[in-house]
Design a protein around this ligand. Structure first.
Ligand SMILES: Nc1ncnc2c1ncn2[C@@H]1O[C@H](COP(=O)(O)OP(=O)(O)O)[C@@H](O)[C@H]1O
Ligand SMILES: [Mg+2]
Length: 330
């Protein structure tokens, strides 16, 4: 089904003359049609898109050649593309972090005003912090707010045991940033810093990291680059100074924890819940744990209690989530 998001995306990309994005949404619709068994529609859209791509001038004078709608060839194993609908408002963040992330989006939206004064929007960022605190979600929200594709780098595909190949793969990704504008997300980038080739080649780790830093430094594309890490060690000055902003994510405050739970329990009457008791059980859990526990308790409420969510149910789900970590830590 064509969604409102896709229609809005097409109108927006038409308005700004972003033909790559326009056509990639059309292809996304075609693929969905194919999955839904509407083969004729899918084929018609594919043919139209192919025609436009092969006759760019005829179809639209401003169309740029060889757009990369979907990573193809070697890139397909290195990048996954999505079009997130996530918004900044979906994130629960400290006031400080919300302001900083909002500023990233605004600099991109108002790039013209900056450029008129010889300035450029910042575009390379490092997010650090514990798992489940919203680093990936923020990358999605930035892409969502800017109607840009989110290109997630598959680092497992990049890191290669053969000497030198990892750097070649990284180069392909940095080249893609030029012809396919988007948010390029290097998740768990610490894998680059700790990557090992075969046992005898401890030098590969260093080389991969060195090339990553070098590509970052040389980058002149209009894409946004976000790297995320759980490790504070990556906040080493050599890495740090390649980014134009570094943001620390943290587990939620008691107030933030409540907001995460409430966001996930909107359809229930949560005024009846004993929030003091819940606060105690929520303490120390990440935003991801809280979101998952809230969803667990919502399912329990619907299936076991006729949609009646109780404090006990929510507390049980929070304890179960905490227990998962206890098992992991053993
Ligand atoms: N700051 C946050 N605000 C709201 N929800 C969050 C937040 N952080 C995590 N979540 C929830 O947890 C899920 C996983 O979070 P994610 O962004 O992948 O964490 P990270 O990348 O830091 O490990 C999200 O999809 C969301 O449901
Ligand atoms: Mg993540």
């Amino acid at each position: 089904m064509t969604t409102a998001r896709q229609i809005i995306g097409m109108i927006r990309s038409h308005a700004v003359g972003d033909n790559d994005r326009f056509l990639s949404i059309a292809e996304e619709i075609a693929e969905e049609a194919l999955r839904a068994g509407k083969n004729r529609v899918a084929e018609d859209i594919h043919n139209l898109v192919a025609n436009v791509r092969s006759n760019p001038r005829e179809a639209a004078p401003s169309l740029r050649p060889t757009p990369l709608a979907k990573p193809r060839g070697e890139l397909a194993g290195l990048i996954r593309v999505t079009y997130p609908e996530t918004r900044l408002a979906d994130l629960v963040l400290s006031a400080d972090l919300r302001r900083k992330i909002g500023r990233i989006v605004r600099e991109q939206r108002e790039a013209g005003a900056l450029e008129a004064h010889g300035l450029a929007p910042r575009k390379r960022f490092l997010f650090s912090g514990p798992p489940g605190t919203g680093k990936t979600m923020t990358a999605s929200a930035i892409a969502g707010e800017l109607s840009m594709p989110l290109f997630t780098i598959l680092l497992d595909g990049v890191i290669n045991k053969y000497m030198g190949e990892s750097a070649a793969k990284l180069r392909l990704i940095f080249e893609a940033m030029h012809h396919s504008r988007g948010v390029y997300f290097f998740d768990e980038v610490d894998a680059l810093a700790t990557a090992r080739g075969n046992e005898n080649d401890v030098g590969e780790a260093r080389r991969v990291l060195t090339s990553f830093l070098q590509f970052l430094e040389e980058d002149t594309s209009r894409s946004i680059i976000i790297a995320a890490t759980n490790l504070r060690t990556l906040l080493d000055p050599a890495i740090f100074r390649r980014f134009q902003g570094a943001f620390a994510y943290a587990k939620p405050s008691a107030d933030e924890a409540r907001v995460v739970l409430r966001h996930h329990l909107l359809q229930f009457d949560h005024d009846r819940l004993d929030w003091k008791e819940i606060d105690g059980e929520a303490a120390g859990l990440s935003q991801a744990d809280l979101a998952a526990a809230a969803d667990d308790s919502a399912r329990d409420a619907v299936l076991d209690q006729d949609g009646d969510l109780t404090t006990d149910l929510l507390i049980r789900s929070l304890r179960d989530r905490r227990a998962i970590h206890t098992i992991e830590d053993q």
